[in-house]
Design a protein around this ligand. Structure first.
Ligand code: PLP
Length: 423
């Protein structure tokens, strides 16, 4: 009888064989820089495949060579990551930024054009707007309300339509939860693609983790993660991942080999451990986030809540949410009544929720995007994207929901009290 196991059932053992390591149930940390070949002929064969000098045979398994090229902890982890997104291949990196930078560097050369969504994570924004232009890459940002026709016109107006090589999208966008239509991005990429020069679509899916959105199913060629967030999930490791179709992934893995920015065996092992509870953690976080968002929506000190689970028919992004996402996620931003002073009073008043950047971990975190994660973004652009002094971003964790609501409530009371004293 045929039965396909679901990813959450496979996270405990998929891709690892106990006979590799004295019957050990769990994949040990292969803390080694290099691997011993059985013969010179075997070493030669391994290198031929690794360096693309010949195609891998149908029954041939790529051999272990050197931990900058491959290592069991990374390979088993990569096989497991592929299951959630139904990717052909994955590559893990020493950080999310290493994963993102490798994608941008591999698919863009001097004179090329990049189309990218706004807002993106502050570090990505810096790399795109400060570093890529130095390399001679022209970069063109678009917004959640930019239409398909406007996108095509924007590209044509540069006079470089043939040089559009990459569309880079972060959706939902950090920190506003703005949504971008991936199928629309695919159509724009196809419009400018030729048989020799396909336009690649890469999507930062960090905000939705591997559970709640599958960009490859909506036309993307590559998915990028800061694995520091939901995949790692415990705020104790920095890592990144790229997943996608085989042809694109072979290019990514080749550049990773030469940049040497792969994750370490220990990081691979930690992430495998984290993946075993990914489903449990993320579902609990999403449940808590809904309760938090509902609580904030009804609070008098809160002006506006930016939470995907609250989108209603007619709201910008509602149709995309219905088509593209499987849940409202666990990231909630909100605007307090007032400005930076009130937002800071709230942040300083928290008792359980920690005041720290990052997201997707088991503990709830709060931060102030305008002066923290997005402080480096050009002020006019920040304003256009709604990242103002009154905005607070919450990453909701797995705590008891009543404790979270109590903490948010008492911190909001401090804002209220401050406002009353000034009035
Ligand atoms: N992408 C998003 C959406 C992020 O929020 C972050 C980090 O906060 C990154 C990428 C960068 O990841 P890392 O910090 O692992 O380099």
């Amino acid at each position: 009888m045929q039965h396909s196991f679901r990813p959450e059932s496979l996270m405990m053992g998929y891709g690892y064989h106990p006979e590799w390591s004295e019957g050990a149930l769990k994949c040990p940390i292969f803390q080694t820089s290099t691997f011993v070949f059985n013969s010179a002929e075997q070493g030669k064969a391994f290198f031929e495949v690794a360096y693309g000098l010949r195609e891998q045979g149908p029954q041939e398994v790529p051999g272990l060579i050197y931990s900058r090229l491959n290592n069991p902890d990374l390979e088993v982890l990569e096989d497991r990551l592929c299951l959630w997104d139904q990717a052909d291949q994955a590559a893990v990196f020493e950080s999310g930024m290493a994963a993102i930078a490798t994608v941008l560097l591999e698919f863009l050369s001097q004179g090329d054009l990049l189309l990218y969504s706004n807002p993106v994570y502050g570090g990505t924004d810096h790399f795109i707007t400060q570093f890529l232009p130095r390399m001679g890459v022209e970069v063109l940002g678009f917004f959640p309300d930019t239409t398909e026709e406007e996108l095509i016109q924007m590209v044509e107006a540069t006079g470089k339509s043939a040089r559009l090589k990459l569309i880079y999208v972060e959706t939902p966008a950090n920190p506003t939860n703005a949504l971008f239509d991936l199928e629309l991005c695919r159509r724009v990429a196809d419009h400018f693609s030729s048989a020799e020069e396909p336009v690649t679509v890469a999507v930062d899916n960090t905000y939705m983790g591997p559970l709640w959105q599958h960009p490859l199913a909506h036309g993307a060629d590559l998915v990028v993660y800061s694995a520091t967030k939901y995949i790692g999930g415990h705020s104790d490791v920095i890592a990144g991942a790229v997943l996608g179709k085989k042809d694109r992934m072979q290019r990514i893995k080749a550049l990773r080999t030469f940049l040497g920015n792969m994750a370490s065996p220990h990081t691979g092992w930690l992430l495998m451990r984290s993946l075993e509870t990914l489903h449990l953690r993320m579902n609990r976080q999403a449940e808590n986030a809904r309760a938090v968002a509902d609580f904030l929506r009804d609070h008098p000190v809160v002006e506006k809540v930016h939470y995907l689970g609250h989108l209603q028919p007619g709201d910008p992004g509602y149709d995309i949410f219905q088509r593209q996402l499987k849940a409202g996620g666990a990231m909630v931003a909100f605007d307090v009544r007032g400005g930076e002073r009130e937002a800071f009073a709230f942040l300083n008043g928290l008792a359980l929720v920690k005041l720290a950047v990052s997201l997707g971990g088991t503990e709830s975190l709060a931060q102030h995007p305008a002066t923290m994660t997005h402080a480096g973004v050009e002020p006019a652009l920040r304003e256009r994207m709604g990242i103002t002094g009154k905005m607070v971003r919450l990453s909701v964790g797995v705590e008891h929901v009543q404790d979270l609501l109590w903490d948010l409530g008492q911190a909001l009371e401090k804002v209220d009290a401050g406002q009353k004293i000034r009035d």
